[in-house]
Design a protein around this ligand. Structure first.
Ligand SMILES: *[C@@H]1O[C@H](CO)[C@@H](O)[C@H](O)[C@H]1NC(C)=O
Ligand SMILES: CC(=O)N[C@H]1CO[C@H](CO)[C@@H](O)[C@@H]1O
Length: 319
């Protein structure tokens, strides 16, 4: 009767360990705010942080700040070079010990596009699940409206763009010009836009790292706002874009997808298309909690290979 005795003596050792490891440990979350917002506004990123931490107690949340102060960060949403800002954020995130084993990321509006650039260009530490809300992945055919009409920096941005969106002067200074894709001047866009054609791998030489890095995401969830009138077209949130005839082209009809310049095809069922009711950036707590936090931030890690293919069509032809 040696065996039962030995088992007995092990139990008290195992139990406390099991109790400790049953405490859920959630992947850290990184947020990148949108235009006209900043890292630390209690009503926006602060509210999102609180909700995430209410649903996932103890989770580490970091909200990206470009520059030294909240004011710098607000201005960096309008002025500066996106390429530099992404590089700065690559360094910032690499220096945060809590993120060292990777994290999930939520980007709001242009912040989602910039987080995708982070994945494609840096991704050290790696993003596991990328969620973007109303992000201009396919570019915008008009400069976004100012959400806050009294925001002087936003009005200054709009008048600077009127000066000439693809001039070197504006391209190197105005953030929104760097994801502006003029359907009436697609060649000008490819030749002079300093950010989006590169990050969308639309140039002659394709960057394999962009494709490899993006296709390694566990999930890439793109949320479009049903009544979005801030970004044109609103389907840019799903990579839709205008052709030279100003007809809207769904992602699956684009060479970018067919030739898989970005690894979106390789993502397969791990690429998700969601619709949130409401206007640009009108995100209800309920939507965040039930559609994003519970399904994508609370669940344990899944290896990409074990995610079953979904049977519903992945592409919706009409918005
Ligand atoms: C691809 O992107 C990576 C990361 O930004 C960069 O280091 C590399 O030089 C790029 N390769 C090409 C061919 O442009
Ligand atoms: C997860 C992943 O593929 N990360 C790579 C993204 O690209 C950088 C830069 O080339 C690599 O160093 C990463 O390993």
């Amino acid at each position: 009767m040696i065996l039962p005795l030995a088992l007995f003596s092990l139990i008290p050792l195992i139990l406390p360990l099991a109790v400790v490891s049953a405490e859920p440990v959630y992947k850290p979350v990184v947020l990148w705010h949108g235009m006209g917002d900043d890292c630390c506004n209690p009503q926006s990123m602060g509210r999102v942080t609180e909700l995430i931490q209410k649903v996932l107690p103890g989770v580490f949340v970091h909200s990206v700040q470009v520059g030294e102060t909240r004011q710098d960060d607000h201005e960096a949403g309008f002025f500066g070079q996106v390429n530099d800002q992404v590089e700065q954020v690559c360094e910032q995130l690499a220096g945060i010990p809590e993120l060292a084993d990777g994290f999930n990321a939520i980007g709001f509006s242009q912040g989602g596009l910039f987080l995708r650039a982070y994945v494609q260009r840096c991704n050290r530490p790696a993003v596991h699940r990328l969620i973007t809300f109303g992000s201009p992945h396919g570019g915008v055919a008009d400069i976004p409206n100012c959400m806050n009409p009294v925001d002087l920096t936003c009005r200054l941005m709009r008048s600077a763009v009127r000066f000439g969106v693809y001039t070197g002067y504006v391209q190197h200074r105005v953030v929104q010009a760097q994801y502006y894709k003029d359907p009436r001047n697609l060649q000008g866009y490819l030749d002079h836009n300093v950010f989006l054609p590169d990050i969308n791998n639309e140039l002659g030489v394709k960057n394999e790292t962009y494709r490899d890095n993006l296709s390694q995401l566990e999930y890439f969830i793109m949320v479009r706002f049903a009544d979005d009138s801030m970004v044109k077209p609103s389907e840019t949130a799903w990579f839709w874009t205008y052709d030279e005839n100003e007809d809207l082209v769904p992602l699956d009809k684009q060479d970018m997808f067919r030739e898989d310049w970005l690894g979106l095809q390789r993502l397969g069922a791990r690429l998700r298309f969601l619709v949130s009711p409401g206007q640009h950036m009108e995100i209800s707590d309920d939507f965040l909690e039930t559609e994003i936090i519970h399904p994508y931030l609370a669940s344990p890690e899944t290896s990409a290979a074990s995610i079953p293919a979904i049977s519903t069509p992945r592409f919706i032809s009409q918005p």
